[in-house]
Write a protein that binds this ligand. Structure first.
Ligand code: CU
Length: 151
Protein backbone atom coordinates (compact mmCIF):
# COMPACT_ATOMS: atom_id res chain seq x y z
CA UNK A 1 0.00 0.00 0.00
CA UNK A 2 1.46 3.34 -0.98
CA UNK A 3 1.86 6.13 1.52
CA UNK A 4 -0.48 8.31 -0.51
CA UNK A 5 -3.22 5.69 -0.29
CA UNK A 6 -2.74 5.39 3.46
CA UNK A 7 -3.16 9.14 3.83
CA UNK A 8 -6.29 9.08 1.67
CA UNK A 9 -7.86 6.47 3.95
CA UNK A 10 -6.97 8.42 7.09
CA UNK A 11 -8.37 11.63 5.65
CA UNK A 12 -11.54 9.87 4.55
CA UNK A 13 -12.30 9.16 8.18
CA UNK A 14 -12.00 12.86 8.90
CA UNK A 15 -14.56 13.65 6.18
CA UNK A 16 -12.14 15.31 3.80
CA UNK A 17 -11.08 12.77 1.20
CA UNK A 18 -8.28 14.19 -0.91
CA UNK A 19 -8.94 14.18 -4.62
CA UNK A 20 -6.03 13.37 -6.92
CA UNK A 21 -5.75 14.30 -10.56
CA UNK A 22 -2.38 13.33 -11.92
CA UNK A 23 -0.05 15.07 -9.51
CA UNK A 24 -2.40 17.65 -8.08
CA UNK A 25 -4.12 16.89 -4.78
CA UNK A 26 -7.02 18.85 -3.29
CA UNK A 27 -6.98 18.44 0.45
CA UNK A 28 -9.20 19.39 3.39
CA UNK A 29 -11.89 21.12 1.32
CA UNK A 30 -14.93 22.74 2.87
CA UNK A 31 -17.45 25.37 1.86
CA UNK A 32 -19.61 27.85 3.67
CA UNK A 33 -22.31 30.33 2.85
CA UNK A 34 -21.20 33.96 2.87
CA UNK A 35 -24.77 35.25 2.45
CA UNK A 36 -28.09 33.93 1.13
CA UNK A 37 -26.77 34.46 -2.40
CA UNK A 38 -23.09 33.67 -2.14
CA UNK A 39 -20.63 31.21 -0.67
CA UNK A 40 -16.98 30.29 -0.67
CA UNK A 41 -14.84 27.15 -0.72
CA UNK A 42 -11.49 26.62 0.99
CA UNK A 43 -8.90 23.86 0.60
CA UNK A 44 -5.23 23.16 0.18
CA UNK A 45 -3.71 22.33 -3.19
CA UNK A 46 -0.58 20.18 -3.35
CA UNK A 47 1.40 19.63 -6.50
CA UNK A 48 3.29 16.37 -6.02
CA UNK A 49 4.68 16.50 -9.55
CA UNK A 50 7.95 17.76 -10.98
CA UNK A 51 6.21 20.27 -13.26
CA UNK A 52 4.53 23.52 -12.34
CA UNK A 53 0.79 23.80 -12.89
CA UNK A 54 -1.67 26.67 -12.72
CA UNK A 55 -5.20 26.86 -11.33
CA UNK A 56 -6.96 28.80 -14.08
CA UNK A 57 -10.62 28.56 -13.13
CA UNK A 58 -13.44 26.85 -11.28
CA UNK A 59 -17.02 25.91 -12.03
CA UNK A 60 -20.00 24.46 -10.23
CA UNK A 61 -23.69 23.87 -10.87
CA UNK A 62 -24.24 25.30 -7.37
CA UNK A 63 -23.87 28.91 -8.49
CA UNK A 64 -24.44 31.10 -11.51
CA UNK A 65 -20.85 32.27 -11.37
CA UNK A 66 -17.75 30.73 -9.78
CA UNK A 67 -14.62 32.85 -9.48
CA UNK A 68 -11.13 32.60 -8.02
CA UNK A 69 -10.77 35.28 -5.37
CA UNK A 70 -8.31 36.59 -2.87
CA UNK A 71 -8.20 39.39 -0.33
CA UNK A 72 -5.82 42.29 -0.75
CA UNK A 73 -5.30 45.40 1.26
CA UNK A 74 -6.32 48.55 -0.53
CA UNK A 75 -4.56 51.92 -0.20
CA UNK A 76 -6.38 52.76 3.02
CA UNK A 77 -5.56 49.51 4.82
CA UNK A 78 -8.96 47.86 4.23
CA UNK A 79 -8.94 44.21 3.12
CA UNK A 80 -10.94 43.82 -0.06
CA UNK A 81 -12.01 40.75 -1.94
CA UNK A 82 -10.77 40.71 -5.52
CA UNK A 83 -11.32 38.45 -8.51
CA UNK A 84 -7.97 36.88 -9.52
CA UNK A 85 -8.54 36.51 -13.25
CA UNK A 86 -5.05 35.17 -13.98
CA UNK A 87 -5.56 32.35 -11.47
CA UNK A 88 -2.99 30.89 -9.11
CA UNK A 89 0.37 29.40 -10.09
CA UNK A 90 1.07 26.06 -8.42
CA UNK A 91 4.83 25.39 -8.44
CA UNK A 92 6.31 21.90 -8.76
CA UNK A 93 6.12 20.28 -5.29
CA UNK A 94 4.33 23.44 -4.16
CA UNK A 95 1.27 24.15 -2.04
CA UNK A 96 -1.36 26.88 -2.20
CA UNK A 97 -3.69 27.49 0.70
CA UNK A 98 -7.21 28.71 0.18
CA UNK A 99 -8.40 29.93 3.52
CA UNK A 100 -10.65 32.43 5.24
CA UNK A 101 -9.45 35.98 4.72
CA UNK A 102 -7.21 34.88 1.86
CA UNK A 103 -7.56 32.93 -1.36
CA UNK A 104 -10.92 31.28 -1.94
CA UNK A 105 -13.30 30.03 -4.59
CA UNK A 106 -16.33 32.32 -4.66
CA UNK A 107 -19.81 31.12 -5.55
CA UNK A 108 -21.97 34.01 -6.75
CA UNK A 109 -25.70 33.57 -7.22
CA UNK A 110 -26.31 30.28 -5.42
CA UNK A 111 -28.69 27.93 -7.16
CA UNK A 112 -29.42 26.27 -3.77
CA UNK A 113 -28.60 27.66 -0.35
CA UNK A 114 -25.57 26.02 1.28
CA UNK A 115 -26.89 23.78 4.04
CA UNK A 116 -24.57 22.64 6.80
CA UNK A 117 -23.78 18.94 6.29
CA UNK A 118 -24.67 18.97 2.59
CA UNK A 119 -22.05 19.08 -0.12
CA UNK A 120 -21.38 21.22 -3.14
CA UNK A 121 -19.89 19.92 -6.39
CA UNK A 122 -16.86 21.91 -7.47
CA UNK A 123 -14.63 21.52 -10.52
CA UNK A 124 -11.18 23.08 -10.40
CA UNK A 125 -9.59 23.69 -13.79
CA UNK A 126 -5.82 23.33 -14.08
CA UNK A 127 -3.71 24.28 -17.06
CA UNK A 128 -1.80 20.97 -17.10
CA UNK A 129 -3.79 18.53 -14.98
CA UNK A 130 -7.13 19.45 -16.51
CA UNK A 131 -10.36 19.35 -14.53
CA UNK A 132 -10.62 18.01 -10.99
CA UNK A 133 -14.14 17.55 -9.66
CA UNK A 134 -14.84 17.08 -5.99
CA UNK A 135 -17.76 17.19 -3.57
CA UNK A 136 -17.04 19.87 -1.02
CA UNK A 137 -18.74 19.43 2.36
CA UNK A 138 -20.56 22.51 3.65
CA UNK A 139 -19.28 23.25 7.14
CA UNK A 140 -20.80 26.30 8.79
CA UNK A 141 -19.19 25.45 12.15
CA UNK A 142 -15.58 25.46 11.04
CA UNK A 143 -13.61 28.31 12.59
CA UNK A 144 -11.12 30.21 10.48
CA UNK A 145 -7.74 28.49 10.78
CA UNK A 146 -9.16 25.10 11.86
CA UNK A 147 -7.91 22.09 9.98
CA UNK A 148 -9.14 18.56 9.72
CA UNK A 149 -7.73 16.42 12.54
CA UNK A 150 -5.72 14.37 10.07
CA UNK A 151 -3.56 17.41 9.33
CU1 CU B 1 -14.82 36.19 -2.78
Amino acid sequence: MSLKFTIAVACGLAFSTPVLAQHVEVHDAYARAASAASGAAFFTLHNHGDKADHLIGAKSPAAQKVELHTHREDGSGVMRMIHVEEGFPLPAHGTINFERGGNHVMFIGLTHSFEHGASVPLTLIFEKSGEVTLEVPVDMERKAGDHAKSN
